[in-house]
Design a protein around this ligand. Sequence first.
Ligand code: HEC
Length: 333
Amino acid sequence: MRRLLIVTLVVFAGPAILRGFGSADGVPTQPLGEHMEVTLRAAQTAQDKARADTVVVAARRIMAEYPTVADAERAGFKKFAPRLQLPVEHYTNGKYALEAWRGKFNAMHPTSLIFERTAGDLKLVGVMYTASNRATEEELNADVPLSIGTWHRHVNFCVPPLGTPASESFGAKARFYFGTIASAQECHAAHGFFVPRVFGWMIHVWPNESDPAKVWAVERHDSMEHAAMLGHGPPRRYDALPIPLSHLPQETVASGNAVNGRHVFDLHCAECHGAAGRNGPDAPTLAGIGIAPGQVAYMVRHPQAIDPNSPMPQLPLTDDELADVAVYVASLK
Ligand code: HEC
């Protein structure tokens, strides 16, 4: 995730950093929460509806051309956050993203295809167009009329310092990225790197919505994805193991060191599963459940393999850390 963010920051925010972020870009916006701003609705002109419909028709054609992940990948779209399993996945085309960044809007060249995860399958539901942070109100309006579509961009990101536990970046306790830190002062105090505007402008189209009001909805994707990243799903109580151990396969794993494993656990797992795997606030108790090291390793490497909706994040552990944490968890009484 870190590498991904650095790459995206260089591609998208790099030019903005050089220009000092041009905060006076004059695009009228309002905040939506602490990490997003959206364009205001403009008065509709006579051509707006037809112009917006042209984009919807193009988006529908693109979706018909690349209906599956395999088709999308063949056409150069790559999964945006390869290490994370999100309920909504963006497959992004770097060439098209740069084209859009340079101000050459082409409705047949969306920056991303958006897939929704349903029962383990990824279903194509929409496309995303982008524009650079330097785009003016007129330019955004020329791409997609501001009377119909709502552009948004992500703001006030704090990129965590190296070595920060994943639980501080994702999930209910997150401070970084979409988390509780939302100002430069707080971010500097946490030794993070503050990014006032993250990727540039984005707009989603859901061409197959039967309700015309939802075709340009901001919320459909944002509420789901952000809720998932923030861990704001319905609160869960864990009275039993969500995945019965008889359903959890074993992953081959080297024999690890339980003392090191304890440190790995404290850093990456305890935030959710509780100290020593007991009474976790956001995840089931792991102590005394009779789990084998291979099963722990399997769950850590493929958290969504058994239950695609499992809220457990995919954590970037090395093979050694995996072996150590696996034997530690299996030893918990
Ligand atoms: C952000 C919270 C979070 C973090 C961090 C986390 N987990 Fe989990 N974990 C969960 C949740 C939630 C579940 C329940 C899975 C479900 O509901 O499908 C779970 C399930 C599990 C299970 C399987 C339990 C079962 O249902 O059979 C194991 C094993 C496990 N986690 C190990 C780990 C280990 C080891 C780490 C650290 C390397 C870790 N987890 C980090 C949230 C987390």
